[in-house]
Design a protein around this ligand. Structure first.
Ligand code: CAO
Length: 554
């Protein structure tokens, strides 16, 4: 048996009475030297405390929520014989070193910052203060932007090592003139962060209008900002998400690392820890649910457990720069949200797509005539308005297309309301505003509403409510081009109509070829709910409505 040693919180600067937010080991576990034992968190930083010895945990001395300081006993360890002597634990920011950190850590010591504050009213450069041994640490969040008026001690950036993340506070109040860092930069003590015009100098400057963009939430302190009204729900966004839009997820460095390794997007996880913090278990649970069929009914999920056993090989890791010049472009927030949703829907829903041609020669002539007649009203009717109305009629005839699978997986919930979503292309990505109660609205009203919602979408001003409640979606690429495509179903809906550009084609009328305007339709449907024959009937019926729009009235 090894020697019994007490593993204590080492000297990690000025931090005192800091809360234990994670206990990463338990009695009976075998731990390696340097293995993280607990995570502690102040309002500005979180860090993991590594083990000073290798061995077997005999008893835990701390639990979640305890307050610890330097010297607090974390656990009792039966240390391995050869390592029993032990060295002081590696401080969280001292990569590879074994010297305890000397310097006080400003993020744990509110009100201190080693950047020299100016003595006169002028712009000065704020630099990374002395926060111990940390060097070349990655900037993971930039919390302010030029024009922002900031307070003394307000967090400016968050940096993260493999063991800790911390926010760097401002040494003075003022207005940010320019930023010297961006996400992904590596910084060390003395690295410039930004140029700040101090309060009195700044007072002369006009105060910027409040930004509609959310201020990112600081990772350790999780101060949540109000969600942006421009929060976008993508084609498929019915996320299980609970994190506020615009909020940076609250998670400790090890959880962030763990999530990164698994390719998990933390914005999609609801934290179960204190203050909504995401824990290792939350990430594990999220992955388990994704593999076994989250969002799918429980019964299907059980059957889908086998899917979890699927041998998915690792994503190829390629150093592209080896083959030529490259450029990194950050994804927009909408794209970051929509990607996982699209991937989930594509993988989880057995999609089939039927293609059909609709002869819209007469309908297009009618549309052109309508637009001429109503030129002065300013409302322009596009094909989309007719498509929405025709889809409602087809959905009424084939109600399974206007349904969702019940959560238990043993029933279909047919909806007796017809809210039609339409994909809108915006500079930041795809969003799907919804025309509510399309069955009760006329063509002009629908045309007016789609134009207004599309404009709102392009300006990033859609409210969450504008994108909720859809029962069926249309993705119209008609204004752009293409022939046919395979749209991805917008879960939990069960079908989506893709529409491409109408073109004049020769059509055999029994005696001769005549020029007709043909609209290509592509209907993707969920094979768990709908069968191929029903989909073919839906498409044929829809085409017949578009060919003779009077049938919509029948
Ligand atoms: N065939 C031929 N012409 C068409 C057409 C069709 N199916 N649909 C639209 N048009 C014409 C319109 O009549 C208009 O012509 P004019 O400028 O001569 O009047 C022009 O194309 C532009 O129309 P529009 O696209 O601005 O208007 P819309 O109502 O058809 O569509 C909207 C609105 C929001 C759906 C569209 O702007 C858009 O964003 N489409 C992209 C959707 C998308 O990205 N889907 C992909 C999802 S999968 O990644």
């Amino acid at each position: 048996m090894g020697n019994l040693v007490e593993v204590k919180v080492p000297d990690i600067g000025d931090f005192k009475d800091v809360e234990v937010i994670e206990v990463l080991v338990k009695a009976g576990d075998t731990v390696a030297r340097e293995q993280s034992l607990i995570t502690v968190e102040s309002d500005k930083a979180s860090m993991e405390i590594p083990s000073s010895h290798a061995g077997r945990v005999k008893a835990m001395r701390v639990k979640l929520g305890d307050k610890v300081s330097e010297g607090s006993v974390i656990l009792e360890l039966e240390a391995d014989e050869f390592a029993a002597a032990g060295n002081p634990p590696r401080p969280p920011f001292a990569k590879g070193g074994s010297e305890p950190r000397q310097a006080a850590s400003p993020p744990f010591e509110k009100g201190q910052n080693s950047s020299a504050a100016p003595t006169t009213d002028q712009a000065f450069q704020v630099t990374v203060p002395d926060i111990g041994d940390f060097k070349d640490v990655e900037v993971i969040e930039v919390l302010v932007k030029p024009g922002d008026r900031i307070d003394k001690d307000q967090s400016l950036i968050t940096v993260e090592s493999d063991k800790a993340s911390m926010e760097i506070p401002s040494p003075a109040a003022g207005v940010v003139q320019s930023l010297s860092v961006k996400i992904g930069d590596k910084v060390s003590q003395g690295s410039p962060i930004l140029t700040l015009a101090t309060s009195e100098a700044a007072a002369a400057a006009p105060r910027p209008a409040p930004s509609s963009a959310p201020r990112p939430t600081a990772s350790p302190s999780a101060t949540t900002s109000p969600p942006s009204t421009a929060y976008a729900v993508d084609m498929v966004a019915r996320p299980e998400v609970t994190a506020s839009a615009g909020a940076i997820p609250h998670a400790s460095p090890s959880v962030r690392k763990f999530a990164r390794e698994l390719g998990v997007d933390l914005t999609r996880i609801a934290g179960s820890g204190p203050k909504g913090r995401i824990t290792h278990d939350d990430v594990r649970e999220h992955v388990k649910r994704a593999l076994s069929g989250v969002g799918r009914p429980a019964a299907a999920a059980a059957a889908g457990a086998a899917v979890g056993g699927l041998n998915v090989i690792a994503w190829p890791q390629v150093d592209f720069a080896k083959f030529g010049p490259i450029e990194r472009v950050e994804m927009s927030r909408i794209r970051k949200l929509s990607g996982p949703n699209l991937a989930r829907n594509w993988v989880m829903i057995p999609h089939v797509t039927n293609h059909e041609d609709a002869d819209v020669t007469e309908l297009e002539a009618f549309r052109v005539q309508l637009n001429k007649e109503s030129e002065k009203s300013g409302v322009k009717v596009t094909m989309l308005a007719f498509l929405i109305k025709a889809c409602v009629a087809a959905l009424k005839k084939f109600p399974d297309f206007n349904s969702s699978i019940a959560p238990e997986g043993d029933a279909i919930i047919r909806k007796n309301y017809w809210h039609i979503g339409f994909a809108a292309d915006t500079p930041n990505g795809l969003v799907v505003p919804v025309i509510k109660d399309a069955d009760k609205k006329g063509i002009f009203e629908i045309a007016q509403e789609t134009a207004a919602l599309a404009a709102k979408a392009r300006d990033g001003k859609l409210a969450i409510g504008d994108m909720q409640g859809g029962t069926f979606s249309i993705s119209s690429l008609g204004g752009i081009g293409g022939t046919y495509f395979t749209p991805i179903i917008n879960a939990p809906e069960v079908a989506i109509l893709g529409v491409c550009r109408a073109t004049t084609k020769p059509v055999w009328d029994g005696k001769q070829f005549v020029p007709r305007l043909i609209l290509p339709l592509s209907l993707s449907w969920d094979h768990r709910v709908v069968d191929g024959a029903a989909a073919a009937r839906f498409n044929a019926y829809l085409a017949s409505l578009l060919a003779d729009f009077r049938r919509v009235l029948l």
